[in-house]
Design a protein around this ligand. Structure first.
Ligand code: 5GP
Ligand code: MG
Ligand code: MG
Length: 187
């Protein structure tokens, strides 16, 4: 789906599909070099990181394994609830593995900080992060992102996997919604 298909809901496009693809290619080249002999396990947090994970792993030039985890830190709206719960766990044993977490966006950093600590607690040999988007102005918890994508302003974005109340995940690029779309949301 393109911006034009939902233009009545979109304020503006923030990251074009060309920009998304070029950042993913750049990071995939770096990761392919860094992990060539490490048999990495690539982990994505459902559902938002799925689009990034697929594009990213296709762009790698090394074989990897893939696993998923479903975490909940947000309700249906645009504000974090501040606590992380596991909705669906990994199927892989991470003990002794080199882990690369692929994230869609880092906002407060709470979800990622929790996940990095949890994977280390389970005995991972190393844990690094590729995050396509980052909102540094919103950071509450420090997280070390070895493979950073684009820094964006403090605006709620949708598209390329990111949703508002489960809508707009299948938008091909990343965009800011019109305020009218959120009207009536409880803060
Ligand atoms: P954090 O724990 O860093 O505050 O937020 C983690 C998760 O919140 C992200 O992986 C994403 O699912 C959601 N999130 C944070 N900011 C945004 C945003 O601007 N748009 C959307 N759709 N989700 C967001
Ligand atoms: Mg995420
Ligand atoms: Mg969401």
């Amino acid at each position: 789906m393109r911006i034009a298909d939902v233009k009545e809901d979109i304020d503006h496009e923030l990251v074009s599909r060309e920009q998304i693809d070029s950042k993913i290619q750049e990071m995939a080249a770096r990761v392919s070099d860094d992990y060539r002999d490490k048999n990495p396990l690539v982990i994505a947090v459902l559902k938002g990181a799925v689009n990034t994970l697929v594009a990213f792993t296709e762009a790698l030039s090394i074989p990897v394994q893939i696993d998923f985890m479903s975490l909940s830190s947000y309700g249906s709206g645009t504000k974090s609830s501040g606590t992380v719960t596991v909705r669906q766990d990994l199927s892989a044993d991470v003990r002794g593995r080199h882990i690369l977490i692929v994230e869609d966006i880092i906002d407060s950093g709470r979800t990622l900080a929790w996940l990095v600590a949890e994977l280390k607690r389970r005995g991972a040999a190393s844990v690094e992060v590729f995050a396509l988007l980052n909102k540094p102005s919103r950071r509450e918890v420090d997280v070390d992102v070895k493979y950073p994508g684009y820094e964006i302003p403090d605006e709620f974005v949708v598209g390329f996997g990111l949703d508002y109340d489960e809508h707009y995940r299948n938008l091909e690029s990343i965009a800011v919604l019109k305020p009218s779309v959120y009207q009536g949301e409880q803060a």
